[in-house]
Design a protein around this ligand. Sequence first.
Ligand SMILES: NC(=O)c1ccc[n+]([C@@H]2O[C@H](COP(=O)([O-])OP(=O)(O)OC[C@H]3O[C@@H](n4cnc5c(N)ncnc54)[C@H](OP(=O)(O)O)[C@@H]3O)[C@@H](O)[C@H]2O)c1
Length: 344
Amino acid sequence: MLKVGIIGATAYTSLELIKILLRHPEVKITYLGVRRTGRPKISDIFPALKGLLDMPCETIEQKEMPGNIDLAFITLPPTISMQYVPLFIQKGIKVIDFSADYRFRDKSLYEKWYKAQHTDSKGIETAVYGLPELFRNETRKTNLVGNPGCYTTATILALAPLLMKGLVHSEDIIVDAKSGISGRGREPKEDTHYCECNENIEAYSVGGHRHSPEIEHILSIKTNQKVSIQFVPHLIPMNRGILCTVYAKPKGGVNGRSSLHDDEVHKLYREFYGKEPFVRLKEGNEMPRTKDVIYTNFCDIATKVTENRIIILSVIDNLIKGASGQAVQNMNVMCGFDEKMGLL
Ligand SMILES: NC(=O)c1ccc[n+]([C@@H]2O[C@H](COP(=O)([O-])OP(=O)(O)OC[C@H]3O[C@@H](n4cnc5c(N)ncnc54)[C@H](OP(=O)(O)O)[C@@H]3O)[C@@H](O)[C@H]2O)c1
């Protein structure tokens, strides 16, 4: 049995992670770390876990991180994670970090967007971006995964086939994204207060959301070209789920009109994702719905060619394929388990 620990066990993503790990036949949760003191039981923090996991949570102290686990999931906020990740890596323990601290290969880009000095240069240089559909081989060989962001997962999966084939202009892409409120975390903020977000839809961080450089950075690395996007996220009054509508401009064609047809684009996506266990493609005019993917690790994708754009729509559960399910998928890849274990 693989012994795993969760550092930041009170997070929303940790609750989902625990639920998945309890179903996983090869894993035992042996350590839960939290900021608070008093060794609270995890089932007192999350009553949904009563009778399923009643173990106490330890207070996280940088000097006293456990050495007797095989893999640590770090579910702390960006800039805090990097204070803990090296403590495990030094002990030979595999790490999957949920924050943005290990998602960038370029330290200066991280520092610009997260307004903090990165204190683990070696880690950021060697970490693998944990999107198995694009970086599976690298993930198999690494001890440190930077688990992708939620909007980024949905957007990158939507765009990768077209960009990798060079069929669309890489610097003329619009991403209109909508997320349920759990995407903003458990810690209350003014815009996640019930009265503020209920019966409301609102854009935020327009032109300045931190997932925008992550999407551009990863797609640029993967496709060997400069990728540049206009990204506008919105908060919508749902607990969970993300819908990304991506508008890409096809290359070639007459007067900017697409020379591609729906069938050809469908075929491209079928070839690209045909063997992927967690990407499902819509056919014809069927559109993806968050309802069909919440509580699952699936990303559902549809494509539609219009006169001068290719529109790609993708949906995920931000807490599962956008965080904890993807982390377990990465763990399965890193540890040589069946990639679907615990997830289907
Ligand atoms: N929510 C999503 O959909 C989503 C998707 C992808 C990735 N992520 C990433 O996953 C991580 C967890 O996200 P979340 O939404 O689950 O977070 P969350 O519910 O807001 O919880 C944050 C966690 O971090 C702990 N924490 C905050 N500041 C800390 C500090 N200074 N020292 C130690 N612990 C601290 C909190 O402890 P307390 O309970 O003591 O406050 C809590 O356990 C973040 O890095 C986030 O960016 C989230």
